[in-house]
Write a protein that binds this ligand. Structure first.
Ligand SMILES: [Zn+2]
Ligand SMILES: [Zn+2]
Length: 374
């Protein structure tokens, strides 16, 4: 094997006297790739191990015949096992049933484009070389990712793009476009949302956000704790993040009503030059409990019927309106409870019954799904 390898591929040399480790470069499609072959002491190719970069693996996967021209010594060294096992090894990563290889230009184009963009921008690439994820950092240092799904006629056929954004991603594609071009367009998309994310970052850092549990970059809603069983749901407009957001106060009526009155009376004070959090404090005339002042457990009070906080993804959003009780419940739990009471009454979309804790009258709005099911 040794002489043949060196004759056929002068850039590959044996690293040891026993000639069991070979290292060097192989030229495929006018590109050089590092390769290392380790043989067991008996030189049995069956146990040979091939080490190479994944770009190389992919090229070998589709173009074994090209490699063969460079490296196949088998029919001359009288060991039928040699090249057979070698190429089985090479083809090891081939997906069974995957017959559709793209033309060589597809891969060479892709590798050239990644070299121009910088391999450090590549977060992920699948074994088929079809889907890649590129990372981008915005001017505030936030990390973002764009998924690019390439078609077999790339770059003639436009790829599909997706990213975690609260608005549709806009990437203009022409046959001259490249990955570097896509990357810079993606950066424009995220920079345009910079103010939106800074509004949310401030809320996430300085308040207790009850929902969503783990906000993604696409989430524009936050349910913020105001006090025990009182919270406000705000829906930030990604395009106008500092304008008065859609607000919904949640909690017992005796707590929510005064807050709602403040909100209505002070709405005109909303100042788009200030942050949303600052405006909410001014308009509601409150301080939000923050991680520096409160434990989160004081707001994540469990449901009084199922005794858990999360029921599937729902958190308790109903509460007994009696000021001395104030027990929170999941909407579903409260509905099931009230419906099971012999004394409960139903009128249109409202069920009346007694609170399981204080026996005061409690009402529950029936959701649309419950109305259709019952
Ligand atoms: Zn419950
Ligand atoms: Zn009660």
């Amino acid at each position: 094997m040794s002489c043949l390898l060196m004759r056929e591929s002068p850039m590959i040399i044996a690293l040891n006297k026993e000639k069991t480790v070979y290292d060097g470069f192989i030229t495929v499609l006018e590109k050089d790739f590092r390769i290392r072959i380790s043989l067991p002491p008996d030189h049995q190719m069956k146990q040979a191990k091939l080490h190479c970069c994944w770009q190389m693996k992919r090229l070998l996967h589709g173009y074994q015949h090209i490699v063969k021209q460079h490296m196949s010594p088998a029919d001359r060294i009288n060991d039928s096992h040699y090249e057979l096992v070698y190429y089985q090894e090479v083809a090891l990563k081939s997906q069974p049933g995957c017959q559709s290889f793209s033309p060589p230009q597809y891969y060479s184009q892709l590798i050239t484009e990644m070299e121009i963009l910088g391999w450090d921008k590549l977060l992920f690439i699948d074994a088929e070389f079809r889907t890649l994820k590129l990372k981008a950092e915005d001017s505030a240092g936030r990390q973002h990712a764009i998924a690019v799904k390439l078609k077999s006629k790339y770059p003639t056929e436009a790829p599909e793009f997706s990213a975690d954004l609260p608005v549709p991603l806009v990437i203009m594609w022409t046959s001259q476009s490249t990955l570097a071009n896509v990357h810079s367009q993606f950066l424009l998309n995220v920079e345009a949302l910079s103010e939106f994310w800074s509004v949310l970052d401030e809320i996430d850092e300085q308040t207790w956000v009850l929902e969503p549990e783990k906000p993604t970059k696409a989430d524009s809603m936050r349910r913020i704790a105001i006090g025990n069983n009182v919270s406000i749901k705000v829906q930030i407009d990604p395009r106008h993040p500092k304008m008065l957001p859609e607000c919904c106060l949640l909690g017992a009526e005796h707590v929510v009503t005064p807050l709602r009155n403040k909100l209505n009376a002070n709405m005109h004070l909303w100042n788009p030059d200030c942050s949303v959090l600052q405006n909410m404090k001014d308009v509601l005339e409150i301080e939000f409990p923050s991680p520096t002042t409160h434990e989160k457990s004081s707001f994540s009070v469990e449901c009084g019927i199922c005794y858990s906080y999360r029921l599937e993804s729902a958190i308790p959003d109903q509460v007994c309106n009696d000021p001395r009780c104030g027990q929170p419940f999941h909407q579903v739990c409260l509905y099931e409870w009230l419906r099971g009471l012999p004394t409960s009454r139903q009128s249109f979309s409202i069920v009346f019954g007694e609170c399981p804790y204080c026996s005061k009258v409690i009402v529950n709005l029936i959701t649309k799904t419950q109305q259709t099911h019952n």
